[in-house]
Write a protein that binds this ligand. Structure first.
Ligand SMILES: C[S@@+](CC[C@H](N)C(=O)[O-])C[C@H]1O[C@@H](n2cnc3c(N)ncnc32)[C@H](O)[C@@H]1O
Length: 189
């Protein structure tokens, strides 16, 4: 999934890119993006300090890899305009907490927009839950509202082998994939 989403099914090279991963967990994607795909820099952020501590430990010997504890919806100003690509996989549905799945999307997308250089790409994959959000395409409307231009959308639902057990405990309805781009050329930074 990571390779498919970040390279748009093998169509995009990651070579030499500065990549920010939102909600990186323990940072396993750094191997693929930095080592295998040749990204120049990989930065992973996650809200969970324990995950970031483990990631730092695992990657302490890899050049050009950094991890920070940060909230995806309030990214530090020092990241502004820096990244060629921001990625977020299988995570944003949890950012709204008990308020609901899409609650945090507004602040998430404007936060991501700021961190991208003009022309930079946001590769986004997430799942939605039946009880919260029946409309797949509402996600892309929210991405666009955050100032990003949608380049490509795909419904990945038919390609996912949904585990029987998780369908019973949390009925996932759909999995979507959106590629968007920062197209404004703001000269204030
Ligand atoms: C389901 S895991 C996905 C991890 C990884 N992207 C993957 O696909 O393996 C969700 C991650 O989101 C992180 N997370 C939850 N809320 C967050 C927030 N507001 N900002 C940053 N990370 C957050 C959690 O700590 C967790 O590591």
């Amino acid at each position: 999934m990571y390779h498919y989403v970040t390279t748009q099914g093998g169509q995009r090279s990651l070579y030499g890119l500065r990549i920010l991963e939102i909600a990186c967990g323990k940072g396993a994607a750094a191997y693929l993006l930095k080592q295998d795909c040749g990204a120049a820099e990989y930065m992973g952020i996650d809200l969970c300090p324990n995950f970031i501590a483990l990631a730092r430990d695992n990657f302490r010997n890899m050049q050009g890899v950094q991890f920070y504890v940060a909230n995806a919806c309030e990214l530090p100003v020092k990241f502004d305009g820096y990244f060629d690509m921001v990625i977020c996989l299988d995570a944003a549905h949890g950012f709204g907490g008990e308020q609901g799945v899409f609650n945090a999307y507004d602040s998430l997308f404007s936060s991501i927009h700021k961190t991208l250089r003009p022309g930079g790409l946001f590769m986004f994959e997430d799942v939605t839950y039946k009880q919260f959000h029946p409309e797949l395409h509402a996600a892309s409307k929210l991405v666009a509202k955050g100032g990003l231009e949608i380049l490509f959308e795909e419904d990945l639902t038919p390609h996912i082998a949904w585990p029987e057990q998780s369908m019973q405990s949390a009925p996932i309805q759909s999995c979507f994939y959106i590629v968007s781009q920062r197209t404004d050329f703001d000269d204030t930074y």
